[in-house]
Design a protein around this ligand. Structure first.
Ligand SMILES: [Zn+2]
Length: 356
């Protein structure tokens, strides 16, 4: 394991005050249609999704994350071998918000063909047997021809983001690991660190202002956690989540982890630099995140909520859904629509839910 390091600040991302009123209009024209997107890319993606859906259907239709109890789904590793092929042509970035029940896991295939994973959903515990890594993520990665990950991001060390990584590390080579380094004394986190070291992955602590090198065609900037991590918020692990702003061409995607109101407050300093076409709704759409001021700066056209069906936390909150509706953002949910795929060529984008 190498020592924690960080790279330079992003010169294109000046610190703005919350009072900044300059808004750069980058919203896509309304009525964006499929024919305006690369037909090849769309077809390729649909083929991949069909293979993926077929794989799940072959497993008895257990939509693992969307099932009432994901642990009831049989192990997909036992499913028939799926064709291993990368379905996305060069120049297309694919982001798949995987349906892993209550938690987060987003796969990113870069335009140059690199592969990353932001969070890995829950792992098996003494309370529930569903392992997002073994039962959903690894089978999915094999379906799309991924045998090696160029990097993974652990936004924060809570089980619903961390647990699945143990099986991912055991199944695939992982070149780099990015995480906030908020120490947890759980056995799962200790096992995670042990696997990172055993794998020999490049290990990097992330702080706001860092730039992650995921290829020259992408800009990946960390906006949080701050250099002085937040303390005493009542949800410090969540509020110190790694927050990533991904830019490809003119398309911007914001991944805020499970940051809550205090973490969002800290992000307001970025002002209109927070804007993003696509926002992974923070903290599974809870009512302790997605504040009005945060949404008003992000101005998302699309909000993706990653949560489990009938989860015990009541995610997403009705008030949060109303906030996104007020902001005229289209909401996609993994609990009701399965995995959500976003395809972009850097100029336009298309969102393809597994179920409409
Ligand atoms: Zn979470």
């Amino acid at each position: 394991m190498t020592s924690p390091s960080s790279s330079g600040a992003d010169p294109e991302l000046p610190v703005r005050t919350p009072e900044s009123t300059e808004v750069v209009q980058t919203r896509l024209p309304p009525g964006f249609r499929l024919r305006e997107f690369s037909l090849l890319a769309a077809l390729a993606a649909l083929c991949a999704l069909a293979v993926w859906a077929g794989l799940r259907a072959a497993d008895g239709g257990a939509a693992l994350g969307g099932a009432k109890n994901p642990s009831e789904g049989a192990d997909l590793a036992a499913a028939p071998a799926a064709p291993a092929a990368n379905p996305w042509p060069p120049g297309i970035m694919a982001i798949v918000f995987l349906d892993i029940g209550q938690g987060d896991a987003a796969f990113i295939h870069t335009p140059a063909g690199r592969n990353y994973l932001i969070d890995a959903g829950p792992g098996a515990t003494e309370h529930q047997s569903y392992d997002a890594g073994a039962q959903t993520i690894v089978p999915f990665l094999r379906t799309v021809g991924v045998e090696r990950l160029d990097g993974v991001v652990l936004t924060h060390p809570h089980m619903d983001h961390l647990g699945g990584f143990l099986s991912v590390f055991k199944a695939l080579e992982v070149a780099a690991v990015f995480e906030p380094g908020i120490k947890m004394t759980t056995r799962t986190y200790e096992e995670f660190l042990r696997l990172v070291e055993a794998e020999g992955s490049d290990y990097r602590l992330v702080r706001g202002g860092d730039v992650l090198d995921w290829g020259p065609e992408l800009s990946i900037t960390a906006l949080a956690p701050p250099a002085q991590v937040l303390k005493g918020t009542g949800a410090d692990e969540n509020n110190n989540s790694v927050v990533l702003l991904l830019r490809y061409g003119t398309i911007r995607v914001l991944f805020p982890g499970d940051t809550e109101l205090e973490g969002e407050q800290g992000l307001l300093v970025y002002g209109d630099q927070l804007r993003a076409h696509i926002l992974k709704a923070p903290h599974h759409g809870s009512n302790t995140s997605s504040s009005r001021v945060f949404i008003s700066l992000v101005t998302p056209q699309v909000a993706v909520i990653s949560c489990g069906k009938n989860n015990k936390f009541g995610h997403p909150a009705a008030t949060t859904l109303a906030s996104y509706e007020r902001a005229r953002a289209t909401v996609y949910r993994t609990d009701t629509q399965g995995s959500i795929t976003v395809l972009t060529d850097g100029k336009t984008y298309k969102v393809i839910p597994e179920r409409s």
